[in-house]
Design a protein around this ligand. Sequence first.
Ligand code: GRF
Length: 201
Amino acid sequence: KNIAVLASGRGSNFQGIIDGINCGKINGKLVCLITDKPDAYAITRAKSNNIPVIVIDFSLFKSREDYNRALNKAMLEAKADLFILAGYMRLLDDETAKTFSGKMINIHPALLPSFTGLKAQKQAIEYGVKVAGCTVHFVDEGMDTGPIILQHVVPVFDTDDEEKLSERILKEEHIALPKAVELFCNDKIKIEGRIVRILPE
Ligand code: GRF
């Protein structure tokens, strides 16, 4: 399948997808990286792997609506079968969520439905939960609310701070996201309303 990745920053999850494809686990091809940040490190990763980069610099647009229109157009032009939000730090508009429904997934650093939005790991620490983790889910119109594909759990220790927990969760993100992408590319994922079924091998 043709895959497009949206990322705003470091892009370590994007790297996980690149590696998954290069080692033959993911049966897919990266058609482009789309980013809203011209200085995102993800761009460097794309360039060193010959993946086309589309920069849609949010700060250059007059309004959020103009930006959203440009993003929607770029996504349509990418002609991807799957869009991956890998540390893409903006909320998509309803139109985009609808257009790409069932073919857009996100990685979130918490066990949803707990701790949606920004700084999920900090929210988990402050709440005092004893387990945390990450969630790969389909994107719908809400914020981190779409049907859940996979969740990986990590312990939270008394000695943890936001940084330590984030690091532990990130390691699981790098396993869970490529796994979900592999399943998607092998047509092993079926959405039934809110419920996602993983089909047997
Ligand atoms: C990850 O923790 C992801 O779950 C969150 O933002 C972070 C992005 O990290 N949405 P990276 O850019 O993939 O390294």
